[in-house]
Design a binder for this molecule. Structure first.
Ligand SMILES: NC(=O)C1=CN([C@@H]2O[C@H](COP(=O)(O)OP(=O)(O)OC[C@H]3O[C@@H](n4cnc5c(N)ncnc54)[C@H](OP(=O)(O)O)[C@@H]3O)[C@@H](O)[C@H]2O)C=CC1
Ligand SMILES: Nc1nc(=O)c2c([nH]1)NC[C@@H]1CN(c3ccc(C(=O)N[C@@H](CCC(=O)O)C(=O)O)cc3)C=[N+]21
Ligand SMILES: [Mg+2]
Length: 285
């Protein structure tokens, strides 16, 4: 029987800290952190995340605004919007919800964001800073995973960690953060041979694949910490992770559920980064 790691509770405590610091920043400096979320098209999953971000901003005391643009928005229009947000003093963080519609060059759009307002930590400057260990922002999802491991008192130093997935937004930065905490890290992907055997070496297994219930009990060393980043729909349209929770839970030492695991942490870390962005842009750190 695994311990179930409660992402909702851990995210609530992160947001509570952010709310306290935000209140102090307002009172002492008259600064209200501001986040702009840009969403292009009407993907229903994106909608849910964007609404969750909006709610979180209100809960911690941030100003937030949403720019919902039609699916046929041009690159010029989007770049113009970002340019305006870069110049605004009341907006400290800019998040462009990915994926974008196919006709828009994702990299061109991300690159238009000011590095100081890049609360996703997607820009090359911020990615490079993470690699060196001299950063302002950590990428929200991998940083949220680290908070969950910490809250669950999972020992990382000297342990074997396996990350399944090598995307720029999850897998690669996740491996880097685990390495910084002195894990011995293996990154797996679609070309990895005998994936279950590699995963069975892991004391800490992070699944960021995008395939519903892909990780089964035969991937898991008894007692391992299993972190499920996946956000998928199962055959009944129900939200589920990359981990087959029912089969893995009896084998794992601790495990995150979906929903209620990594997802809420991503939002909490976005709040933390937006607060940091407001401080940075006001010369307070
Ligand atoms: N909870 C949260 O806050 C967030 C959740 N997500 C979710 O996490 C999941 C991953 O997202 P993201 O990183 O963007 O996904 P990507 O699709 O960008 O990357 C998926 C990775 O999984 C690898 N992969 C795919 N199939 C296999 C396989 N059969 N065996 C081994 N590896 C495989 C791919 O390998 P290769 O590189 O070889 O193609 C790739 O590296 C998704 O479900 C997404 O919705 C994402 C962001 C935030
Ligand atoms: N620029 C950008 N930054 C992102 O951080 C980003 C993105 N684009 N595109 C999409 C992914 C996905 N993502 C999630 C955020 C919150 C939940 C979340 O709140 N999940 C809840 C509930 C979700 C639900 O009920 O559907 C949970 O797991 O409990 C999930 C997924 C951020 N992403
Ligand atoms: Mg992706």
């Amino acid at each position: 029987m695994a311990t179930i790691i409660d992402g909702k509770a851990v995210s609530a405590s992160v947001k509570e800290r952010v709310a306290q610091e935000t209140a102090a920043l307002k009172e002492q400096k008259g600064i209200t952190p501001g986040l702009a979320v840009v969403i292009v098209g009407d993907d229903p999953a994106s909608r849910v995340y964007v609404n969750n971000k909006k709610k979180a901003c209100a809960a911690v005391g941030f100003y937030s605004e949403e720019h919902a643009l039609p699916a046929d928005t041009t690159l010029e229009h989007l770049l113009g919007l970002i340019d305006g947000l870069n110049k605004r003093e009341d907006i400290h963080g800019i998040l462009v919800q990915l994926p974008l519609p196919k006709h828009l060059d994702e990299q061109a759009v991300i690159h238009a964001i000011s590095p100081l307002k890049d609360v996703d930590a997607f820009l090359p400057e911020n990615v490079g800073r993470i690699m060196i260990g001299d950063f302002h922002f950590l990428p929200c999802t991998p940083a949220g995973v680290m908070e969950l491991l910490d809250a669950a008192h999972v020992d990382i130093d000297g342990k074997r960690a396996v990350v399944i997935g090598r995307s720029n937004i999850v897998g690669k930065p996740q491996a880097m953060l685990l390495m910084h905490k002195n894990a011995t890290v293996t990154i797996c992907h679609s070309h990895t041979k005998d994936l279950p055997a590699v995963c069975r070496e892991a004391d800490i297994l992070v699944a960021a694949i995008g395939k519903a219930k892909f990780v089964t009990a035969d991937f898991v060393k008894p007692g391992a910490a299993v972190i499920d980043v996946g956000m998928n729909r199962d055959e009944n349209g129900k939200l589920c992770g990359d981990v087959d929770f029912a089969s893995v839970e009896p084998v794992a030492g601790c495990i995150t559920p979906v929903p209620g695991g990594v997802g809420p942490m991503t939002i909490a870390m976005l709040m933390k980064n937006t607060l940091m962005a407001a401080k940075l842009q006001n010369g307070l750190c």
